[in-house]
Structure formats: structure tokens, C-alpha cells
Design a protein around this ligand. Structure first.
Ligand SMILES: Nc1ncnc2c1ncn2[C@@H]1O[C@H](COP(=O)(O)OS(=O)(=O)O)[C@@H](OP(=O)(O)O)[C@H]1O
Length: 298
């Protein structure tokens, strides 16, 4: 990890819990990692048609897809970027945003932002965006543990308190459910692909194939196989000290998901709750480009 990261860690140690988050345009963000100057600089970032853009609500599998996409880029165009810095635009200060502005194509960029807060040029330039979602139960559990171990986020007072904050969107990057509904509106956009954590767990090779084809990279079966094998939870956890430094242990916790097969097989897709914010105990999944919601699993 860089010395600037260590300096940020030191800063976090001395910060009061209640000062660790702030609001920007109504949404909470971590003060140290995503200060207001980063978010303002990000708003000015000009997208390109050939950017490779990754979007994920926190704890839905962002780092997993970062690893997969870096490997796809390496296999397809020889682009080796084994950086420890996640390509999360809101973590980049104004100088780094300038570096991105001048970087050669294809640039690999990522964000946890709500679709409405992603700079408009990503839509006007028709940038291809990979969006990864995970069921809300595992997302909130992962978020809870992450908040308790990550010095940049406030420690949760209790599970009950954290769950109620998650349900009402009083967590960094806002409401999971708002993000789901925001992407639902863009599901028919040919420049957006939505994959789920659950389908990747079930068949990672198929996920790698779909993602590489979506970005226009044609990989051989052995290349897809090799990328999948190097991107399992165990493989990534083992190398997490090299890939993510001291955050490795915090990020790669369990990597599992609840079992949804039974629920999906009994599900009537016509019963989708399309038009209102999902109720308290709703589980949300995308399947075959449809938003599917159902309840009482939390
Ligand atoms: N390869 C692989 N396979 C399966 N699961 C994986 C993998 N890589 C990361 N993970 C799990 O993803 C969770 C972290 O999500 P994010 O990377 O989105 O977190 S962050 O918001 O960017 O901090 C976190 O989930 P939990 O283990 O449930 O906490 C990670 O363990």
C-alpha cells in the first residue's frame, strides 16, 4: 500500500466515528476516501466510448469483477495493471482524475455510484457498463462486517441498528433499493450488462465469457477457463495480500451466498414488484433482464 494510504489510515484512527461520513447531494460518503473534491472532480470526468466501466453497489462483488476485468484486459489486449488501487473513481483526487483524463484507451474505471450520479457522458458516449448486483441479505451482512473492520467507516453500534440504517439508505453510497430501481430503468440499454454475484458463484466461466463478449473481447475457452480458476474466492483470498495489501483480509471475508434455487424455481415472474420501493424483507434479483423481487428471506 502506498504511503498516502498509510497516512489516510492514521487520519482515520484519530477521527471520531460520527465524523467519518458526510452527505453530498443527499447521499452519505466516507470523508477520507471520497472527500467532496473527489466527487466534484468526478462530475467533470469525460467518458469515452471505449472505456471499460464497472459499477457495483458496495459489497456486491466490485473487487471480484475488478480482478476478472483486469485479467480479461490482460488476455485480450495485453494490458497488465496489477495495481493495488481499486479503479474506484470516487477514491481519486483531482490530480488523479487528471491522470485518468490523459490516460490512453481503453481506460478501466469503476464506481459505487447510483446510476443517476454517474457522469452523464457515460450515457451520451454509449460507454459499456458492467453492473454487478448481489442479493440484499448477503450484501447487508457483508457491509456490516466491512464497516466494523474498515477504519474509514463508522463501526456499527449493533446489527439491528445497521440493518435499519441499510434498509433506510443511511449507509455510504445510499439505498441499495434505490440503486436496484435505478438500474431497472436501464436494463434494456444495450450498453449495460447486469450480472449477479449468485450467477457468478454458480458458473464463473459462463460469467467471464458473457462479460468478455459484452466488451467485445473474444477469448479462447482455455483463456476463459484460466481466468475463472484464478478468480475463485479461494484463489483471490490467497493472493489478497499482494493484490489488496492490508485491506485484503477485510475484503475477502467469506464470499458465499444464500441458496436461492428453490425460491427461483417456485417464483412467478409476473408477481414482480416493479413500481414501488421494495418492502422491508424483500429479496431482489435480476434474471433474464427482469427485476424479480420476493420477500421474507431476511
Ligand atoms: N472471487 C470471489 N468470489 C466470491 N466472493 C468474492 C470474491 N471476491 C470478493 N468476494 C466477496 O465480495 C464481497 C466484497 O464486495 P465488494 O468487493 O463489492 O466490496 S467493496 O464495496 O468494494 O468494498 C465480500 O463478501 P463477504 O465475504 O460476504 O463479506 C467478498 O468476500
Amino acid at each position: 500500500m502506498s504511503s498516502s494510504f498509510s497516512a489516510k489510515m492514521e487520519l482515520a484512527k484519530d477521527m471520531k466515528e460520527e465524523d467519518k461520513l458526510y452527505r453530498y447531494n443527499g447521499v452519505l460518503y466516507p470523508v477520507i476516501m471520497s472527500p467532496v473534491e473527489n466527487l466534484k472532480a468526478m462530475e467533470r470526468l469525460e467518458a469515452r466510448a471505449d472505456d471499460v466501466m464497472l459499477v457495483a453497489y458496495p459489497k456486491c462483488g466490485f473487487n471480484w469483477m475488478v480482478a476478472v476485468l483486469r485479467k480479461i484486459l490482460a488476455a485480450a489486449i495485453g494490458e497488465k495493471a496489477e495495481s493495488q488501487t481499486p479503479p474506484l473513481m470516487e477514491f481519486f483526487g483531482p490530480e488523479m482524475q487528471q491522470v485518468i483524463h490523459n490516460a490512453p484507451s481503453p481506460r478501466f474505471l469503476g464506481t459505487h455510484m447510483h446510476p443517476d450520479n454517474i457522469p452523464a457522458s457515460f450515457t451520451t458516449k454509449k460507454t459499456k457498463m458492467l453492473v454487478i448486483f448481489r442479493n440484499p441479505k448477503d450484501t447487508v451482512v457483508s457491509f456490516y462486517h466491512f464497516s466494523n473492520k474498515n477504519p474509514f467507516l463508522p463501526t456499527a453500534e449493533s446489527w439491528d441498528r445497521f440493518l435499519s440504517e441499510f434498509m433506510s439508505g443511511k449507509v455510504p453510497w445510499g439505498s441499495y433499493f434505490d440503486h436496484v430501481l435505478g438500474w431497472e430503468r436501464r436494463m434494456d440499454d444495450p450498453n449495460v450488462i447486469i450480472v449477479t454475484f449468485e450467477e457468478l458463484k454458480q458458473d464463473l466461466s459462463e460469467g467471464v465469457r458473457r462479460v468478455s463478449e459484452f466488451f467485445g473481447f473474444s477469448l479462447s475457452d482455455p483463456q476463459i477457463q484460466a481466468i475463472s480458476e484464478e478468480s475463485t474466492f479461494n484463489a483471490m483470498k490467497e493472493s489478497s495480500n499482494d493484490s489488496h495489501g492490508q485491506m485484503g483480509n477485510v475484503l475477502f471475508r467469506k464470499g458465499t451466498n444464500i441458496h436461492l434455487t428453490l425460491c427461483l424455481s417456485t417464483l412467478n415472474t409476473d408477481s414482480c414488484l416493479r413500481s414501488h420501493v421494495p418492502p422491508k424483507t424483500t429479496l431482489v434479483l435480476f434474471r433474464e433482464r427482469k427485476l424479480i423481487t420476493f420477500g421474507n428471506l431476511l
